[in-house]
Design a protein around this ligand. Structure first.
Ligand SMILES: Nc1ncnc2c1ncn2[C@@H]1O[C@H](COP(=O)(O)OP(=O)(O)OP(=O)(O)O)[C@@H](O)[C@H]1O
Length: 597
C-alpha cells in the first residue's frame, strides 16, 4: 500500500462516522494497554505464592482480574464499534459513487473499459474498502500492544524488550504475499468478470427461453468452468513462492521467541529471574504471537484496501470539476430562428466518427424526420441534442447560442425525449409515464392523456389497478409488460412535458403494432404543429419508416460515412440515389401507392 492513500482511508472513516472512529480509537488504546499489562498481575500471583506473600498474591489477583475483564469487555466493544464503523463507511461510499454517477452530466465519463473496470472494483470491493479505517486502527492497536509486550519483557530482562521486533520480518513477508495475491487477482479480473457474466447469463430469466431453444446452457457452463479453472491455476502459480516465503518468515519468528524463552529459563535456573517472571514471559510470548498475526492480517487486508481506494479516488476524480458553469446564459422560453448544426462531428472513445461534419439549419417549429441505415448515427445525433454528449468537433446552436453553454439541468428541463433504449422503471405503470415530468409523477389524468397518443390504452385499463399497477419484475404484485406496452409507456413519458423546445423521439414505432404506430405518428405530427405556433418547438422523429418522411417539413438523411443530407422529401428523392433506392424498396414492400411520391 502506497503511503499517500493511508490518510485518505482514515479521512474516509472520520467523515463517514467520526464518533465511531474516536470511540474505536479510545477503546482500542485501553484494550491494548489492559491486555498487555494483565500478565504483570499474573507474575505477582505466582511470585507472591512462592514467597508466601499473601498481600502480593492479592494485589496480583486484583490487578489480573481488573485488567483482564477490562481487556475482554473492551475487545468485544471494539469489535462492535469496528463493524458499525464499516457499515457507516460502506453506506457513505455507495451513496457518494452512486450520487456522483447519477448526477454526472457528461455521459462520456460513464463509459469506457477503464471506467467499467474501476467501477466494478469499487462495487465488488466496497465492503473491503469500508473496513479500511477499521484495519488501520487494528494495525495501530497491534503496534500499541507490541509496545506493551516489549515493556513487560523489558521489566524481566531489558534486552528481551527487542523480541517483538522479530515480528517485523514475517509481517513484512505477509505484506509481500498479499501484494502478490492482489496483483494476480487484478490481472485476472477480466477473466473473473467473464466468468460472472457467463453465470449470470445462464441463470437469467430474460435469457432463459433463448438459451433453451439454442441449447446453450451446458455450453455456457463449460465456458465458465474453463475460465474459472484457468483463473484458479494462475492464482496458485503466482502465489506459491510468496506463500513459502511467508511460512519461512514465521519460522524465523518462532525460533527467535523460543530462544528468548530459553534465555529466561536459563536465568530462572540461575535465580536471576523468578518463576512468576518465567510464566509471565511464557504468557506474553503467546500474546505476542496473536498480536503479530493481527498486524499481519491487517496489513494484508490494507494492501487490497489500498488498491480499491485508488480505484475509488480515480472515480471521484473523474466526476470532479467542471460541474457548474459559472454564469450560464438562460435557456430561451421559445425558439425564434431555429437550430443550427455547424460542422458537428462525434466519435465514441477512440472509434471512427459516428458523425462527421454535419452542417444543417432547422427552422423554428419544424417537424424533422431523421433517417439513415443501421449505425448511421441517428441515436448519436439525438444524444448530442440532449446535451448528454458534447460534439467532439463543431457546435450545436439554438437561435445562435451554443447549447453547450447552457446549464445542463436547465437544458434538460427544456427538452423532451423518448430514447430508443428507454428505461423500464420498476415503478407503477403511471409513474413510468410520470418520471417524464417529475412534478407530475403521480398525475393520473396527465398520464392517461399522454398514453392516449398510442391508441385507446385498453391494455392499461385491463391491468389489475390500471395505471396504479406496479410493473416489471421486482415489486410485490408487479405485472410484466410486453415490449410494445413498455414502449407505449416510454412514448407517453416523452410526451408529458407540455412545452419543450426540442421534442426528440428515437424510433417510437419499433415495437408497436401498425395501429398504435399510426396513432403515435399522427399525434407527433399534430403536437408538432401545435407547439410550432406556441413555442417554435422543433420535433425530431427518428424512424426507419420512410413513408413518415412525406409528412415532415425537413428530412435529414444520415449516410454511412457520418455525413448528412437535408431537404424536403421530394428534394432528397431527386438528390440522393441511395435515399430514393431505400424509399422505393420500402414503398414497394408496404404497397405504398405512387401518389405518395
Ligand atoms: N456507446 C457507444 N460506444 C461506442 N460506439 C457506439 C456507441 N453507441 C453507438 N456507437 C457506434 O456509433 C455508430 C452510430 O450508432 P447509432 O446508435 O447512433 O446509430 P443509429 O443510426 O441510431 O443506428 P440504428 O438504426 O441501428 O439504431 C455505430 O457505428 C455504433 O457502433
Amino acid at each position: 500500500m502506497r503511503r499517500a492513500v493511508w490518510p485518505r482511508v482514515l479521512a474516509l472513516g472520520f467523515r463517514a462516522a467520526p464518533r465511531h472512529m474516536v470511540a474505536a480509537l479510545v477503546v482500542w488504546i485501553v484494550g491494548a494497554f489492559a491486555m498487555s499489562a494483565y500478565a504483570v498481575g499474573f507474575q505477582q500471583i505466582v511470585d507472591g505464592y512462592l514467597e508466601h506473600d499473601d498481600a502480593e498474591v492479592m494485589r496480583g489477583a486484583v490487578l489480573t482480574a481488573v485488567l483482564f475483564s477490562v481487556g475482554w469487555t473492551v475487545t468485544v466493544l471494539a469489535a462492535n464499534i469496528g463493524f458499525g464503523l464499516s457499515d457507516h463507511v460502506a453506506l457513505r461510499l455507495l451513496e457518494q459513487v452512486a450520487h456522483a454517477a447519477a448526477t454526472e452530466p457528461r455521459l462520456r465519463r460513464l463509459e469506457g473499459a477503464e471506467y467499467r473496470r474501476r467501477l466494478g472494483a469499487v462495487r465488488d470491493g466496497r465492503v473491503l474498502l469500508a473496513a479500511g479505517p477499521r484495519h488501520l486502527l487494528a494495525l495501530f492497536q497491534a503496534v500499541l500492544r507490541a509496545l506493551g509486550i516489549a515493556l513487560v519483557l523489558g521489566l524481566v530482562y531489558p534486552p528481551l524488550a527487542a523480541l517483538p521486533l522479530a515480528a517485523v520480518l514475517p509481517v513484512a513477508l505477509e505484506r509481500v504475499a498479499a501484494r502478490a495475491r492482489t496483483a494476480a487477482e487484478r490481472d485476472l479480473a477480466a477473466d473473473r468478470t467473464t466468468a460472472t457474466a457467463l453465470l449470470d447469463l445462464a441463470a437469467s430469466p430474460t435469457a432463459a427461453a433463448e438459451l433453451r431453444v439454442h441449447g446453450l446452457g451446458a455450453e455456457l457452463l463449460r465456458r465458465h468452468r474453463a475460465v474459472a479453472d484457468r483463473g484458479v491455476a494462475a492464482l496458485r502459480r503466482r502465489t506459491a513462492r510468496p506463500t513459502v516465503l511467508r511460512s519461512a518468515g514465521w519460522a524465523v519468528y518462532a525460533a527467535v521467541f523460543t530462544a528468548g524463552l530459553g534465555l529466561v529459563v536459563v536465568r530462572a535456573a540461575d535465580h536471576q529471574a523468578s518463576v512468576g517472571q518465567l510464566l509471565m514471559v511464557a504468557a506474553v510470548v503467546r500474546r505476542s504471537q496473536l498480536v503479530s498475526g493481527q498486524a499481519a492480517a491487517a496489513l494484508g487486508r490494507l494492501v487490497s484496501v489500498g488498491d480499491v481506494m485508488r480505484d475509488y479516488l480515480w472515480l471521484r476524480g473523474r466526476f470532479a470539476g467542471e460541474r457548474a458553469p459559472g454564469t450560464a446564459p438562460p435557456v430561451p422560453s421559445r425558439i425564434v430562428h431555429g437550430l443550427d448544426l455547424d460542422g458537428v462531428g462525434f466519435a465514441y472513445d477512440d472509434g471512427p466518427p459516428a458523425l462527421d461534419g454535419v452542417t444543417l439549419h432547422v427552422p423554428a417549429g419544424s417537424l424533422v424526420v431523421l433517417i439513415g441505415e443501421n449505425g448511421a448515427g441517428k441515436s448519436t445525433l439525438v444524444k448530442l441534442l440532449t446535451g448528454v454528449y458534447a460534439p467532439t468537433r463543431g457546435r450545436i446552436l439554438l437561435d445562435g447560442a451554443d447549447i453547450a453553454g447552457f446549464a445542463r439541468d436547465d437544458w434538460h428541463a427544456a427538452i423532451a425525449v423518448t430514447f430508443q433504449d428507454f428505461v423500464r422503471y420498476e415503478l407503477t405503470a403511471g409513474q413510468n409515464i410520470g418520471v417524464g415530468d417529475l412534478p407530475r409523477l403521480d398525475d393520473a389524468p396527465a398520464a392517461w392523456d399522454a398514453l392516449r397518443s398510442c391508441g385507446d390504452g385498453a391494455w392499461a385499463r385491463g391491468l389489475p389497478d390500471g395505471l396504479d399497477t406496479p410493473v416489471g419484475r421486482t415489486l410485490p404484485g408487479a405485472v410484466d409488460l410486453s415490449g410494445g406496452q413498455w414502449q407505449q409507456l416510454a412514448i407517453a413519458r416523452g410526451r408529458l412535458r407540455d412545452r419543450p423546445l426540442l421534442h426528440l423521439v428515437d424510433e417510437p414505432g419499433a415495437g408497436l403494432d401498425p395501429a398504435a404506430e399510426e396513432a403515435v405518428v399522427g399525434h407527433y405530427v399534430r403536437d408538432a404543429r401545435r407547439r410550432a405556433a406556441a413555442t417554435g418547438t422543433i420535433t425530431v422523429l427518428v424512424t426507419h419508416r420512410m413513408t413518415t418522411a412525406v409528412r415532415a417539413d425537413l428530412v435529414v438523411f444520415l449516410d454511412a460515412a457520418g455525413g448528412a443530407l437535408a431537404g424536403a422529401h421530394a428534394d432528397l428523392l431527386a438528390a440522393s440515389p441511395r435515399y430514393a433506392e431505400l424509399f422505393t424498396a420500402q414503398a414497394a414492400a408496404y404497397h405504398v401507392g405512387e401518389g405518395t411520391r
